[in-house]
Write a protein that binds this ligand. Structure first.
Ligand SMILES: C[S@@+](CC[C@H](N)C(=O)[O-])C[C@H]1O[C@@H](n2cnc3c(N)ncnc32)[C@H](O)[C@@H]1O
Length: 284
């Protein structure tokens, strides 16, 4: 008999393998968030131990680049602590492998196998970042921002990167929810996914000052249009945040037409426009 923890494990495994395929096709622009952080750190990095909390790092691609940036900006021999909160066991494994191959041996890592909602600490951080992970905490954003501010040093900074409202994935998800019935699709009272405009309303309501920049990112969805492509099927599931394996051929065709409507052609490839935005919120 399968228990709920087995089911959870299987869901994490399915998510991790689809995210690997998403990453392969995603033209992310990690550099912009790093540049914003670098500007902030020029004036305010601790002279003692530098510590970072990464919420939902996934395979750790952004984290690897962030650690290199920190190492370039701290003094020789200054300790660097990198705390990770990641509930997905496969992502934790890939994160460890990413760091092993990234030559970051002097960094002290601390890995917490749990959700951020369950994480507690008395530690204070120089930086807390949610890089494309805030979508997974529906209804908790305000509380998590306030708790993050409490976990920062006075000179610390909270960084949140997420898709903007212009990302066409939101159109696809909304249309899909209409097709299958909104009540069936949306759970826990959340009626839409978090995007930068909605997050800005929460941040403004709290009354924080921040810097915000947007920049283009794209997803190559050409595989969705190749017959019987396993990669295409995984991407379709990701785009609609649904399991379409048992969907009828008619529904799959209808959804593919929706993707086609919002896709743009670039060098013979079908691309989706998924612009992202980064908020940088200093504690003070
Ligand atoms: C879209 S991925 C982003 C991964 C990575 N930061 C990146 O930019 O490639 C979202 C990550 O958030 C993690 N996650 C989901 N819910 C979470 C929660 N409640 N607390 C912490 N992490 C969570 C997932 O396991 C996944 O690794």
């Amino acid at each position: 008999m399968s228990t709920s923890s087995d089911t959870q494990k299987q869901m994490y495994e399915a998510y991790a393998s689809s995210y690997t395929i998403f990453l392969k096709n995603w033209q992310a622009n990690r550099q912009r968030a790093l540049e914003m952080l670098e500007k902030h750190f020029k004036s305010s990095l601790s002279e003692q131990i530098v510590s970072v909390l990464s919420v939902g790092p996934g395979p750790g691609e952004f984290d690897k680049q962030f650690i290199h940036l920190l190492q370039q900006n701290i003094s020789e021999g200054q300790p660097l602590k990198y705390v990770v909160v990641e509930p997905n066991h496969i992502h934790r494994q890939i994160f460890e492998a990413t760091m092993q191959s990234a030559n970051v041996s002097k960094v002290h890592f601390e890995m917490h196998p749990m959700t951020i909602e369950d994480f507690q600490t008395n530690e204070k951080f120089d930086c807390i970042h949610y890089t494309h992970s805030i979508y997974h905490m529906p209804g908790q954003e305000r509380r998590l921002i306030l708790e993050s501010l409490d976990m920062l040093k006075d000179t610390g900074v909270l960084l949140i990167t997420l898709d903007t409202e212009e990302a066409v994935i939101f159109k696809l998800i909304t249309k899909y929810a209409e097709v299958v019935g909104n009540d069936q699709y949306w759970q826990e009272g959340s009626s839409q996914m978090m995007e930068s405009n909605k997050l800005r309303e929460i941040i403004d309501d709290i009354g924080l000052s921040y810097k915000f920049e947007t920049y283009p990112e794209y997803l190559d969805v050409s595989a969705c249009f190749e017959q019987n492509s396993e990669e295409g099927k995984v991407l379709m599931n990701f785009l609609f945040q649904a399991n379409l394996r048992d969907a009828s051929p008619e529904l799959n065709q209808q959804l593919l037409s929706l993707v086609d409507e919002v896709a743009i052609e670039q060098n013979g490839r079908k691309m989706l426009y998924l612009p992202a935005g980064t908020f940088v919120m200093p504690k003070q």
